[in-house]
Ligand binder design. Structure first.
Ligand SMILES: Cc1cc2nc3c(=O)[nH]c(=O)nc-3n(C[C@H](O)[C@H](O)[C@H](O)COP(=O)(O)OP(=O)(O)OC[C@H]3O[C@@H](n4cnc5c(N)ncnc54)[C@H](O)[C@@H]3O)c2cc1C
Length: 414
């Protein structure tokens, strides 16, 4: 049964994220947007401590509830980890999506470890994110000749005794610079161990920070999410231990690549939640702006009597709500261990489109001031589009949805 009631410790954690958004992200949003490659180090440190504080706060809530008072509630919280991740992602991206992406954590690299790694690998690679100094994880799939078609990866991993030797170039890797060179993080790299096996030969590898042979060669200048670093990384005879291949090294034609692709089932709802956070920021701003201008939004009257502004605003709200419900469903299914690739793609496609439309409409409704840099609305419009591109573009997710609904294979519908 679906239950939208939040456990008290989750509600209090979300409240804290909302404060982080308001008081730590928004005040530096413009500055970070205008100084793309200047690292907000103080923000990183604070966020690292804030996540430790969140742990303490959750501990306090538990203590308040009494020791052993609600073990089933705690178990439920752990069981709904993905659902709570999308809730907190929305909250933080309401603050700033670029800063959210640059917040020190295991990021997409961590999601890949969770999706493809063994229990031992999850413990080994992720435990560092609970201690020490700020660190980042990243995931590198995209190459100069491979983006939407993940099966076209040309980076190779060749076995040499008890090591893999990785060669290839990865581009547009979010948090790549921080993960590869500027913290004690790691990059999960997709490479083929057997080109003749096609997609079945593609495997994810954990490459530790500063491993010889891994070099960040460029950091991109971007349209939006400019607080986040996006790196091009070259792997030149980069050696990693054999057990850094996530999951099984066996090349299986029956579903081997599907296991790797399962990473997207976990990451697409997160990107959808990012979109919703940015969309909600724009919507909240427009609501306040209209109120200040004494432009009412009248609910519950006949659609025939609505003004264009009211109709536009309500449409924005509907799109956001629809995207949010799809996103919650996709995350919740993942928590329940149900196959969710259809729902994850639906959420991602809907939210990516909704946020681009909502933020464009927000700029429009504000008049010329919306296009100026006086407010963050124009920035949210720039930040929005990436949600319709990474972790599978709008078009690719629509194809996946078509395939799943109609029962076509990737060969039959592409
Ligand atoms: C800021 C940023 C951060 C990123 N972060 C990461 C990251 O952390 N890790 C990572 O691996 N990648 C990352 N990417 C890369 C991103 O995932 C790819 O850009 C995306 O998957 C699309 O691939 P592509 O750019 O090669 O476009 P292409 O695959 O060349 O597609 C170009 C256009 O053609 C359309 N298209 C392609 N194939 C079809 C088809 N069969 N039918 C219909 N239309 C089609 C696409 O939808 C798109 O509109 C990032 C990109 C950006 C811009």
């Amino acid at each position: 049964m679906i239950d939208f009631e939040l456990e008290p410790q989750v509600a209090s954690r979300l409240k804290m994220y909302r404060m982080v958004s308001e008081h730590m992200m928004r005040p530096i949003s413009r500055e970070c947007d205008e100084n793309e490659h200047v690292k907000p180090t103080q923000f990183y440190e604070s966020m690292w401590s804030a996540s430790a504080m969140a742990e303490v706060q959750v501990g306090n809530e538990k203590a308040k509830a009494g020791s052993g008072a609600k073990p089933e509630a705690e178990a439920a919280t752990a069981k709904l980890r993905n659902l709570y991740t999308v809730l907190s992602t929305e909250e933080l991206c309401w603050g700033d999506a670029g800063l959210f992406l640059s917040t020190p954590n295991s990021g997409l690299g961590g999601a890949a470890v969770m999706a493809a790694g063994t229990a031992e690998q999850k413990e080994r690679f992720l435990k560092r994110f609970r201690e020490g100094k700020p660190k980042w994880g990243a995931m590198a799939i995209t190459e100069p000749g491979c983006g939407s078609d993940s099966a076209a990866v040309t980076t190779t991993a060749t076995r040499d005794g008890d090591h893999w030797v990785i060669n290839g170039t990865k581009i547009f890797c979010t948090a790549g610079e921080m993960a590869a060179e500027k913290s004690e993080g790691f990059v999960v790299v997709w490479a083929t161990v057997d080109k003749s096996a096609g997609r079945a030969g593609i495997k994810p590898f954990v490459v530790e920070h500063n491993t010889p042979g891994m070099e960040v060669v460029r950091v991109e200048n971007k349209l939006g999410i400019r607080a986040s670093d996006t790196a091009a990384i070259v792997f030149d005879n980069c050696r990693v231990p054999f057990d850094h291949l996530l999951g099984s090294p066996e090349v299986r034609q029956d579903g081997g690549f599907k296991d790797v692709m399962a990473t997207f089932d976990a990451t697409r709802p997160i990107v959808a939640a990012m979109a919703i956070g940015v969309g909600r920021a724009a919507l909240d701003f427009v609501r306040d702006f209209l109120k200040e201008q004494n432009v009412p939004i009248r609910y519950g009257i006949s659609p025939r009597r609505l003004t264009t502004v009211e109709r536009d605003f309500m449409e924005m709200e509907v799109q956001l709500q629809a995207a949010r419900l799809l996103t919650w469903r996709a995350a919740w299914m993942l928590d329940l261990g149900k196959r969710n690739s259809l729902e994850a793609s639906m959420a991602k496609a809907k939210a990516g489109l909704a946020v681009t439309q909502i933020t464009q409409k927000a700029v429009e409704l504000l008049g010329p001031i919306g296009y100026s840099r006086k407010y963050l609305v124009e920035k949210w419009m720039r930040d929005a589009k990436i949600n319709d591109i990474f972790e599978g573009t709008q078009q690719i997710n629509m194809i996946i949805i078509g395939r799943r609904i109609l029962g076509y294979s990737s060969k039959e519908l592409n």
